[in-house]
Design a protein around this ligand. Sequence first.
Ligand SMILES: CSC[C@H]1O[C@H](OP(=O)(O)O)[C@H](O)[C@@H]1O
Length: 368
Amino acid sequence: MKIDGIPYRSIWLKDDGWSVGIIDQTRLPHEFRIERLTTLGDAAHAIKAMLVRGAPLIGATAAYGICLGLRADTGDAALENMSETLIATRPTAVNLRWAIRAMRELLLPLSEAERVSAAYEKAAQICDEDVAINSAIGDHGLEVFRQIWEAKGKTGKLNILTHCNAGWLATVDWGTALSPIYKAHDAGIPVHVWVDETRPRNQGAHLTCWELGKHGVDHTLIVDNVGGHLMQHGLVDLCITGTDRTTAAGDVCNKVGTYLKALAAKDNNVPFYVALPGPTIDWEFEDGVKDIPIEIRDGHEVDYIQGLDRTGAVSEVRILPEESGSANYAFDVTPARLVTGLITERGVAEASKEGLARLYGQSVYKAS
Ligand SMILES: CSC[C@H]1O[C@H](OP(=O)(O)O)[C@H](O)[C@@H]1O
């Protein structure tokens, strides 16, 4: 996507042909800082500390992390260690496992002399495939939006609520949930986006608002808990979110708070769509609530909130008493019964085993 007219991806190979560029998302929206990854450790840190985040981008960063690690050691044992280091960074987004599995499957049969070049080629392919997948999700989602817009009589704005950031910053480009929003905007449909701030890391306030603003899309930041009220008063025409892992039966794991939004949408007959790239489907699991590991992050993210202080410096302030503790569950699972449809790169699927099987046949992205 473009930032002030300059095209960017969220991750790219630098001009030296081997180091990797990323946007440090922990500093947005107040500072646009590019970081250069030169080692496996850099890539693992970038994922763990959320300089990069979002399931597809985590997968792409892990793929380049393998490339950087192989520059130091191309042996089988090293490849195993790199994979374990990267898998340990974050437990929920299935793309991480899928990308590492794809790299290992490719590299293990090769001679050590062939591995570095093959790894970089595969990492670039994973990135390009992600861009194509997300653009296709945008095309299919645009048709869903167009139908809802026409059913509304093309009056006012198409009011869309989204949670967290599933934009181009969460992927290599286009985004998943935001891809149809960009395409609808570009197609002349007057979209307006209610952006959940998305505590505790405020990906909505920091990232989604920044992205939509850069693309000229009308949006309003809202606190996480007002979405139900807006739906009760007819101010939301549809909800769309991303996902970090969706089971073969259509249960959707996404940023914490998504489930509550889906419950409110169901109660108010508001369509609730999930933008789902194929590599984010976990074909091994069916019961998301039971099976998907939910990341529990450091309580510091709950205890402090980050922003720009009156001097213009980025700082953080503590929001609870010193003696109070906090809990930081990073994701939740929305059962398939609450999902109106899964917007994939292959079309819109019913959130069910049959719906996904109709689009994907056998599983093509096995993570384990
Ligand atoms: C297209 S994946 C976006 C997905 O990832 C986010 O989680 P995090 O920022 O913790 O990586 C959130 O769940 C988004 O919906």
